[in-house]
Structures are given as C-alpha cells and as structure tokens.
Design a protein around this ligand. Structure first.
Ligand SMILES: *Cc1c(COP(=O)(O)O)cnc(C)c1O
Length: 370
C-alpha cells in the first residue's frame, strides 16, 4: 500500500544528517529540532500555534481535555472512521454519539448531526477522511448555532486546502476550535515512528494544550491541572522538518496517481471512483473505490495473487464495535456507513508509484472484474 523505503532513499542525505545532529547533541527530548519543526509547520499551515505531541490519538485526547469536557458530555462524530476518533471520547468518560456519513465524500452527515444535538452536546469531531476536507463551513455554522466546539481530526488530510464561499482558503485543521493530526509513518506527513500535533489560533487554548501535554505543568514542578506526558521526540522532529519541505510535492504525486486511477476506471459500471469535493483539495491519503456487484474478498485475493495490495478502510462501523455498543445506535440510522463498510476498497496510494505500476494495477483490476 505504501513505499516508505523508496521515499526515504530520495531524501536520505538530509534525513540522515538531521538524525545524526540529534545523536551528536544528545538533545533527545525537546531538542532544538522540535521548536524548529513547530515553527516551520505553523508557517506552512498559516496557524498561530502548533503543539507537537506523541501521536494523533494523544492529540485528540489532549484537545478534549483542554476544552474542559466533563464526564457525561456528548461528543458527536462519524461511525465511519478510524477507532481513535471515538476511543478518546469514551476514554475521558464523555459519551460518543456516532452518526452516519455522506455517500459521496464520506464526511459526517450534518443533518444526522443536528438531529443528535441535545443539551449535553459539547463538541463535534469531523474527520477529513481519506484526504479531503469535510463540509467545514456548514459545520462551523451549525456549531455556532448550538455553541459547540469543533475538533477537526486531520490525521488523513494534512495539507488539504478548504475554500469558503467568500473565496478565502484555509488549511484543514486550522478552521475549527482545534485541529488534531498524526505523523504515523504511513500518513501523508509521516515520521519514522510515532508523532502527532494539535493546532489552534486561540492563544489561551494553546497555553492550556501545551500545559496538558506536559503533565499539566505551568512552571517546573507546579501542576495546575491533570495532564499527560505526550511529546514529539527530537529525532522525529528532525525527520519531519525535512519531509515538510516535500509535503506539497508528495500531495501532487498522490494526485497524479489518483488521476490515472480515475481515468482508467471512468465509466466502469462496477467501480465508483472517489468524488472530489468542490470546496476542498484532495491529498489522497487513500484512494478508495466503491465496488458495485462485485465479490470484494475474491477480488482482493486475486489482486494479492498478482502482487497487488489492497485494503478495506474500514470493514466494521464503529457503532457495531463492542467498545461503542449502545441502544442509541440503530442500523436504520447508518445506511451509508453500513453500505461503505461492505463495498469500499482502497488501492495502493503513495508518493513513489510510477505510471507503469499504476497501469499494471488498473489493467489487472479491469481484467479481473471483466
Ligand atoms: C491515524 C489516525 C488517527 C490516530 O493517529 P495515531 O498517530 O496513530 O494515534 C486518528 N484519526 C484518524 C482518522 C486516523 O487516520
């Protein structure tokens, strides 16, 4: 699905020098590269504050802690997403309220969101799934109407641009109350281990986020609130500093692959290619097809026999997971999520895919489905 080795080899000299510098200075925790990456990333995103942390799941957890959400508060998110989004809601004693998604863009269905809003609702967590922005403008309007926080899960959409109806643009994750992202190796801006970050334009919130990520400490050995220990380590920051310079180039390479897939599959009655939102650029974290009248398991097996990887993101809706089971969630309210879980298929998508390989993949897929 990804080729991290090929990508590393192209930037090896710079990455190795960055890592070596950390080893030479032994500044493993909060070394200079952390601040440098933070500042470069703030400039890239056009956001006032980036708070680096240990991973994307921590980013979501720290955001919810900093917003003073209390046990019993309800947080609305999509049933069709990676588990981390909903997991931290439950972990903090908050109540995850799962809703359906839109069939074209896979983002949270705002009509379903509005139906679930109660006096206990405190926040909405839109997920910019597979690499393009959710309908964030309408979501912000809804959040303002009900005075809700917006916690953007931007783990899959680092670098995507959203265009508002007045023509202005902003990077995914910089629009809501707070944005949370991941630098897991296979993400669009991946480090070589775990990493994550939180972004916000709110000065007070930034202070609080930083404090919570650092044991709730305001001054050394003074702990004002309960926090966690969540840091981006210096070696990872040194790697990210190098990779950030290539991020737009990486998105362009992914888009080139997506265009080739789109072109090859256009008009095929058994394949629905990913829809592009008119408000957002797509950074193609995943290229996800919907299969029509095809045996997905058999197709995956046949692809594997021909050396082609494929994945199902995600096979089980969150509202079917034991960890999130609740009488409040009924299948009749999740028609799109249920359909997607049994019909989506993601094809290899990364920065090192050449045209010849993509052609082999598309030719094979089309042959297999007849
Ligand atoms: C990867 C991912 C996360 C969690 O990131 P980690 O760094 O693995 O903790 C959260 N949400 C979504 C949508 C993701 O894809």
């Amino acid at each position: 699905m990804v080729d991290l080795k090929g990508q590393y080899h192209k930037i090896k000299t710079e990455v190795d020098a960055g890592i070596q510098e950390v080893l030479d200075t032994t500044a493993f925790i909060n070394g200079p590269a952390v601040k440098e990456f933070q500042s470069d990333f703030e400039k890239y995103l056009g956001v006032k504050h980036v708070i680096p942390c240990a991973n994307g799941t921590d980013a979501l957890q720290i955001a919810m802690m900093a917003l003073n959400l209390k046990p019993g508060d309800e947080v609305i998110t999509a049933s069709f997403t990676y588990v981390a989004t909903a997991e931290v809601i439950g972990l903090l004693g908050l109540t995850p309220i799962l809703v359906d998604v839109n069939p074209d863009t896979y983002d949270i269905d705002l009509d379903a969101v509005e139906k679930q809003i109660t006096s206990k609702t405190k926040a909405i967590v839109p997920v910019h799934l597979f690499g393009q922005c959710a309908n964030i403008e309408r979501l912000i309007t809804l959040a303002k109407k009900y005075k809700l926080f917006v916690i953007e899960d931007v783990a899959q959409a680092i670098g995507a641009d959203y265009t508002f109806s007045n023509g202005t643009t902003a990077k995914a994750g910089t629009i809501g109350t707070v944005g949370c992202t991941s630098f897991f190796p296979s993400k669009n801006l991946g480090c070589y281990g775990d990493g994550g970050a939180i972004y916000t334009n709110d000065d007070d919130l930034a202070k609080k986020l930083r404090m919570i990520a650092h044991h709730g400490q305001s001054v050394q050995y003074v702990h004002d609130v309960l926090g966690v220990n969540s840091r981006l380590d210096t070696i990872q920051a040194a790697i990210l500093k190098v990779k950030l310079k290539h991020l737009d180039e990486y998105a362009a390479a992914r888009n080139k692959v997506a265009d080739l897939y789109d072109k090859a599959f256009a008009g095929n009655k058994n394949l629905i290619t990913p829809k592009r939102s008119p408000q957002s650029t797509h950074v193609f974290h995943q290229y996800t097809l919907q299969l029509v009248n095809l045996d997905r398991s058999k197709l995956r097996e046949q692809l594997a026999e021909r050396g082609i990887a494929s994945m199902v993101y995600y096979p089980i809706p969150l509202h079917h997971q034991k960890a999130f089971s609740s009488d409040r969630f009924q299948d009749k309210d999740f028609p799109v999520t249920l359909h997607l879980c049994s019909h989506v298929l993601s094809l290899p998508m990364h920065t090192e895919l050449d045209e010849e390989t993509v052609n082999y993949i598309t030719k094979t897929v089309l042959e297999l489905i007849g």
